[in-house]
Design a protein around this ligand. Structure first.
Ligand code: ADP
Ligand code: ADP
Length: 226
């Protein structure tokens, strides 16, 4: 079964903007996949639809075989989402944010605390666990979003421009972490407008432009063409 199977996906926003014009895309289990494209290409819209934050106009989306129109809750449980904007409560502590997230998914409290310790340590946030989110630097907030998205141990981690505005050193350590998670079996899809980032990390790549998928290939064969 595919991690992601999208057929004929379109999205026209209420103002009339055709953000997606018929996307077919599949991502295998265990893949590290980049959706690359310029600003306004439709990357965030695609991710929004996959994670069911945005309604699609037509087409089908299956996540690990679960069709989001008939098995939405099952599909959602497979996904950990790291959106671009910081969307946590700035007044909660780091630990509260991740433990509460696990609570939404019914993870028992003791297990949630165990996972919190694991992910916060791996993302170099454990020392900050009692700090309120608003006291964190941008890079720390970004890592907090990743820890939070992993708390229910999703099979598919989706990240929207994960390293936008992150300095090169931190970017490298985030890449390391994502590689490790992927090696442990989590399928990863990220959007980026840096070819370099896709090149460093990803096995397969889809290039989206003006709402259409213009290329979908392995990173290797793309680099051979360039
Ligand atoms: P990307 O993530 O690749 O930068 P987006 O998916 O954000 O692209 O945007 C694709 C197109 O849809 C753009 O033309 C953008 O202006 C438009 N768009 C995005 N979100 C909305 C929205 N909520 N309402 C109307 N148009 C939108
Ligand atoms: P609020 O804005 O009221 O805090 P959200 O829109 O952030 O609520 O969350 C709504 C639902 O989406 C919650 O059930 C939450 O579990 C889920 N959710 C929010 N963020 C994520 C994420 N990063 N990964 C997976 N699920 C999320």
């Amino acid at each position: 079964v595919l991690a992601l199977d999208i057929q004929g996906l379109t999205k026209t926003y209420s103002g009339g903007v055709k953000a997606l014009k018929g996307i077919d895309l599949s991502v295998s289990q265990g893949d590290f996949f980049a959706l690359l494209g310029p600003n306004g290409a439709g990357k965030s819209t695609s991710i929004g639809i996959i994670s069911s934050l945005v309604h699609r106009s037509s087409g089908s989306v299956k996540v690990f075989g679960y069709d989001i129109s008939t098995h939405l809750e099952d599909a959602k449980r497979c996904i950990g989402l790291v959106p671009q904007e910081f969307n946590f409560n700035q007044f909660e502590t780091v630990q509260q944010i991740v433990v509460n997230q696990a609570g939404y998914y019914g993870v028992p409290r003791a297990l949630a605390h165990e996972r919190a310790k694991t992910y916060l340590s791996q993302l170099d946030l454990w020392e900050k666990r009692h700090a309120r989110a608003r006291e964190l630097s941008g890079g720390m907030k970004r890592r907090l979003m990743i820890a939070r998205a992993l708390m229910h141990q999703p099979k598919l981690l989706i990240l929207d421009e994960p390293t936008a505005g992150v300095d090169i050193e931190l970017r490298r350590s985030m890449w390391e972490f994502l590689r490790k998670i992927n090696q442990e079996g989590v399928t990863i899809i990220l959007t980026t407008h840096y070819l370099e980032e896709a090149e460093m990390l990803c096995r397969n790549i889809g290039i989206i432009d003006h709402g259409s998928l213009v290329e979908c290939t392995s990173m290797k064969s793309l680099l051979n063409k360039l």
